[in-house]
Structure formats: C-alpha cells, structure tokens
Design a protein around this ligand. Structure first.
Ligand SMILES: Nc1ncnc2c1ncn2[C@@H]1O[C@H](COP(=O)(O)OP(=O)(O)OP(=O)(O)O)[C@@H](O)[C@H]1O
Length: 348
C-alpha cells in the first residue's frame, strides 16, 4: 500500500548538507498501523513528509496505492494527495473557525457543494465523537478534542492513508490513550492504513501492527511488532521491555527469554529447574499486552557457563520461547550460534 524504496533526502542550508533520510526501504501493508520510532533528529518527520511530498525526495520512490507520487505533477498529484490525510502534533486548526468550520475547510478547497459539505461534516464529527462541539472554537476545547478535529479534517477527503506526525506528543497520557483508541477504531472501521511517527514506545505497544526504528536517517530494524519482539537483539524488544545492563558473573549464563501467547501461560522456569535439577535465578522481566497478545520478557540466570547449558537452552527453544544469551561468543544450542548481544540503548 505504501512502498518506500531507496528514499533519500538531503537538506542544504548555508553551505551545509544534512542527509535526513539516507536510503530508506519500507513497506506498509494495506490496512495496518505502522509506527516509525526514533530519537529526535533521526529523520522520522522528513520520511513522513516525503510520503505526501511536503518534502521532495532527492532520490528513491514513494508508491502509494501503486502510484509513484514523485513522478506525478499538477492535477494528478493534487488528487493523489487528497487520498492521504495528515495529522500533526500541534493540530494546526484555524482559530477563527468553529470546529465544524475547520472540518469543512478541506471540503471547501475540494469544491464540495454546500449541502453535501454540511452532511459530510456532520458525519465526520460523529465519527470522532465531537457532534456536540460543532459550534465551539478551538480555544474553547481541550487538546484531545482539538486532535479529534484534526483527525476529522484529515479524513474529509475519504483518504485511504493517514499520516500521523507525533499526533499524541502534546497530550497527557489519558488523552493519548483515547486518541490512540480512536485511531485504532478508524483503522478497523474504515480499513484506513496509518503510518505514524513517534518517539514513544507506548504508542507502538498500544496500536502498531508493524514498526521500524530509525537512526541517523536509516532504518535499523523493521517488521511486524510481534516478530521484532521475538528477534534476538531487537532494539524494539529492549525498548518495550527495558531491563538493566546484564551483570555477567563467571560460572553463570544470563539469558533473556521472550515468550508470547500460549507459552506465556506455561511455567517454563519451574519446568526448566525441575527437569535439570538446577536453581534458576530470576533477574527481572515484564509481561505486556501487545496487539491483543500477551508478550513477556524474562531475564534469568542459570548455573554454569553457556557451553554447559546447551541442553537447557535447547529445552527453552523447544518450548517455543525466543532465547537470547548474554555475553556468549556464540550460543552452542542455536544452529550457527547466536551472536553476543550488541548493547545499545533503546530509542526511548
Ligand atoms: N528544513 C530543514 N532544513 C535543514 N535541515 C533540516 C530540516 N528539517 C530537518 N532537518 C534536519 O534533518 C535531520 C532529520 O530531521 P527530522 O525532523 O526529520 O528528524 P525527526 O526524527 O523527525 O526529529 P524530531 O522528532 O526532533 O522532529 C535533523 O538533523 C534536522 O536537523
């Protein structure tokens, strides 16, 4: 649905060049919520703005619904952009217009006749739960309500794609939750594809089907959230389940075990301890509800160096758990060996 290929954007200001997006490939599937995470300056906004051509990429392709946007011009490009809605961190409402007036604005620009416009505005306000505030001015409503106006306005042209530029960053946690719930609901009800950028792990946890992590203009990992969480060394997993730096002691093996769904309900620690008559030390962990599935990460310590724990590690893998061994040059239980964890701080 959105295909980004070898995208590159360089800003040139006063003789200085900044490569904001440096060869990004990304595929956002139809009807999914895709989150791009990264620290400030990673290039997230630039990437998003290249999708609806608020920024012109220097190289690469952006295909939305099979259409190569940078290759379009004039009326074709205008029509293609109407099918892409966008919401912003600071809402961008017109203070002199009422809530209804703000939602009507893009319809006026599109030349929708007055009667049809009024009907569509009513429909949109209903969709975002603002019918009672139609006549209020932006100054008279809360931040969450302002974002609802932003969402209604973005949906005016019946887009298939919604781009969200840090839409909840200016909101308190409770309001953030209600806006994310609304986005999830619209995604399901309208089949809307949502590409959002955020620096908040919580946003990914609550609504994203897939995610990518950006650093220095590049995507360092991407894929379905569930798959990323089960992937050894995943930065997303470390961000969603923060655990302190492992303390590696001689004569022990420190292992991070990620589990999901059914395996989250099985007492794998006590089974492991019983089967091998060993003491298993629990060093930390958490269980979260992610995309309707319970996913957890537990750090455990086993007696003995990794090479004497090959059977124990294989036992955990056979139980359907993702196993990551810390400090081992190679995990002998995994085919080809699992490399030692590359420690780098997660994005937030
Ligand atoms: N209009 C511009 N002119 C020059 N440099 C820019 C411009 N916009 C962004 N940059 C630079 O490009 C890089 C990426 O910026 P971008 O805003 O895309 O990152 P970001 O991940 O969205 O960060 P933030 O969350 O702080 O917005 C940064 O180094 C930034 O300073």
């Amino acid at each position: 649905m959105i295909q980004i290929e070898k995208l590159r954007k360089v800003y040139r200001t006063r003789g200085r060049e900044v490569t904001a997006v440096d060869g990004v490939d990304l595929t956002v599937r139809e009807g999914e919520v895709f989150g791009v995470l990264g620290r400030s300056g990673a290039g997230k906004s630039t990437l998003l703005r290249c999708v609806n051509l608020l920024e012109r990429p220097d190289a690469g392709r952006v295909l939305v619904d099979g259409q190569d946007l940078p290759a379009l011009s004039g009326g074709e490009l205008r029509r293609a952009r109407q099918r892409i809605g966008m919401i912003h961190q600071h809402f961008g409402l017109l203070s002199s217009r009422t809530v209804a007036g703000n939602v009507a604005f893009p319809l006026e620009v599109m030349g929708v006749p007055r009667a049809e416009r009024a009907e569509r505005v009513a429909e949109l306000l209903e969709l975002v739960g603002l019918t009672e505030h139609a006549r209020a001015y932006p100054a008279q409503i809360s931040g969450g309500q302002k974002q609802r106006v932003g969402i209604a306005r973005a949906l005016a042209g019946r887009p298939k794609v919604l781009l969200s530029d840090e839409a909840t960053s200016a909101l308190d946690p409770e309001t953030t939750a209600s806006i994310l719930e609304l986005l999830r609901d619209l995604n399901r009800r309208l089949g809307l594809t949502i590409l959002l950028i955020t620096h908040e792990m919580d946003v990914v946890k609550r609504i994203c089907d897939s995610a990518a992590i950006m650093r220095d203009g590049r995507v360092v990992e991407s894929g379905p959230v569930r798959e990323l969480l089960l992937r050894p060394g995943s930065e997303l997993a470390r961000g969603l389940f923060p655990l302190p730096e492992p303390v590696l002691r001689d004569g022990t093996t420190v292992v991070d075990v990620t589990f999901e769904g059914d395996s989250a309900d099985r007492p794998f620690v006590s089974t492991l301890a019983r089967t091998y008559s060993i003491d298993v030390n629990i060093l930390g962990g958490a269980v979260e509800e992610i995309g309707g599935t319970r996913i957890g990460r537990l750090r455990i310590e086993l007696p003995g160096e990794p090479d004497v724990n090959a059977a124990q590690l294989a036992h955990l893998r056979e139980a359907g758990l993702a196993v990551e061994v810390h400090g081992a040059a190679g995990d002998p239980a995994a085919p080809g060996g699992t490399p030692a964890t590359e420690e780098e701080a997660p994005v937030s």
